[in-house]
Design a protein around this ligand. Structure first.
Ligand code: ADP
Ligand code: ASP
Ligand code: MG
Length: 422
């Protein structure tokens, strides 16, 4: 008997019919002799709908008091899901009980809309499991030290599931979604993308942080920190396929490099449309500029990603960086009103229509020339690179958003990631 955590995403929970299917699948695992904890997301579209309602009443959301209410509202989507799934399981003849995050409790910090899990009390869950129940816990939410409901950021149910698995020392965390595993890139953008049987934890961490939304980055961090065996697999296979077959399907996140099935230098391509570029022009080139510009941005709680400072001409330089697109207007306002006058810079310009495309692979550590192959491929397509950033196992470029799909497809082909044609 193993203790298994299943996570089902919004599409998998998208209708009562699909919830019934989830219940049948979970019941199958219980009948195979396992203890099951299930962490579902809200039904597809529900979180957007709820946040949309709030936005109608408060288009400009900045204050902590409003963010608190957003969490109060958004958390209800998952509360509906757990209740429905529990009823569906009971209809399958299972004993089941559902809990909201605060009832477990899943304790978080107080960063509304992007809270971090701090601890999970496993006593209640263990008691229910021992009594033969399937325990269903809301994804995406927790409770802060003052008792306020918090949410973990979009896609946060992945993190809830892996964190619950870590707290329970579960034998495995199975993330069921609308694709049958982790692919070399988003299969919606590149139909030739290939499913990976396994991906190293480090590569998955990079892929997630560089924009592959198949797993929320914090879920991968949890999996790594607590060594939670985690697998991404499809919830759209027939629910009655044998457990033994289902258990080895999808993509395993592997912690051993030699477990890695594919030995390609580049394992995957990630992209992110959520960034915007800002350039401060004609900045006097003297010590402390980066600090003056980025310090002011950081003080406004705006995260910066790629940064470039150009060589100076006549004692002046240009300084560019990217921020989340949601923070674009705020960053421009801040620079124009405070930083540019204080620095004596010439002006600020920006471009919200950029994207970041990245190649990822642990093989890049030991192979030279990978970045230049990337640049050559983009140049052959006539795509201008605006910014570049590299680390040991990834190279990212910032390009015009309109070339994103072209760039991803060209790189996917150039690094021989396309599914071989029969
Ligand atoms: P869920 O609702 O189950 O959490 P998500 O929409 O959050 O599902 O994540 C699954 C989606 O992630 C897929 O439908 C796919 O379009 C997208 N995706 C992006 N990058 C990848 C990748 N490398 N491999 C697989 N799916 C990816
Ligand atoms: N329902 C939340 C969202 O849409 C959490 C999740 O799906 O993981 O972001
Ligand atoms: Mg998701």
């Amino acid at each position: 008997m193993a203790l298994i955590v299943h996570k089902y995403g919004g599409t998998s929970m998208g209708s009562t019919e699909r919830i019934r299917n989830v219940a049948k699948r979970v019941a199958k695992w219980v009948r195979a002799g396992h203890q099951l904890v299930v962490v579902p997301s809200a039904m597809s579209g529900e979180t957007n709908r709820l946040l949309g309602l709030a936005k109608e009443l408060a288009p400009q959301v900045h204050s902590d008091a409003v963010l608190r209410e957003l969490d109060m509202i958004a958390s209800t989507g998952e509360q509906v899901s757990v209740g429905l799934l529990s009823i569906a399981l009971q209809a399958e003849g299972m004993q089941a009980v559902s809990y909201a995050g605060w009832q477990v409790p899943i304790k978080t910090d107080s960063a509304f809309t992007k809270a971090r899990i701090q601890s999970i009390d496993d006593a209640r869950v263990r008691a229910d499991l021992a009594a033969g129940k399937v325990v269903i816990i809301t994804g995406f939410q927790g409770v802060d030290p003052q008792g306020h409901i918090t949410t973990l950021g979009r896609g946060g149910s992945d993190t809830s599931a892996v964190a619950v698995a870590a707290a329970l020392k579960a034998d495995e965390c199975l993330i069921y979604t609308d694709v049958d595993g982790v692919y070399t890139t988003d299969p919606r953008v590149v139909p030739e993308a290939r499913r990976l049987k396994a991906i190293s934890f480090e590569e998955m961490l990079e892929m997630a942080s560089l924009g592959s939304k198949v797993l929320q980055i914090r879920s991968v961090e949890f999996a790594g920190k607590y060594r939670v065996p985690t697998r991404v697999l499809s919830s759209f296979t027939p629910w009655d396929i044998p457990v033994a077959e289902e258990a080895v399907s999808g993509t395993l996140i592997s912690f051993e490099e030699d477990e890695k099935m594919e030995q390609a230098v580049v394992s995957g391509i990630a992209f992110n449309r959520d960034e915007a570029k800002i350039t401060v022009l004609g900045v006097p080139d003297k010590p402390g500029i980066a600090y003056q510009i980025l310090g002011a941005v950081a003080d406004a709680n705006i995260d910066v990603d790629v940064i470039i400072q150009n060589v100076s001409h006549d004692g002046k330089t240009d300084f560019s960086f990217t921020v989340h697109r949601n923070d674009y207007d705020r960053t421009l306002d801040l620079l124009k009103s405070k930083v540019v006058p204080a620095l004596g810079a010439a002006s600020v310009s920006g471009d919200p229509k950029i994207c970041k495309v990245s190649i990822v692979g642990i093989g890049m550590r030991s192979h030279a020339g990978i970045a230049s192959k990337m640049f050559g491929t983009l140049s052959a397509e006539g795509i201008n690179i605006q910014m570049i950033t590299t680390s040991e196992i990834k190279t990212s470029v910032v390009i015009d958003e309109k070339y994103m799909e072209l760039a991803v497809r060209a790189l996917h082909k150039a690094f021989e990631l396309d599914e071989p044609k029969n």
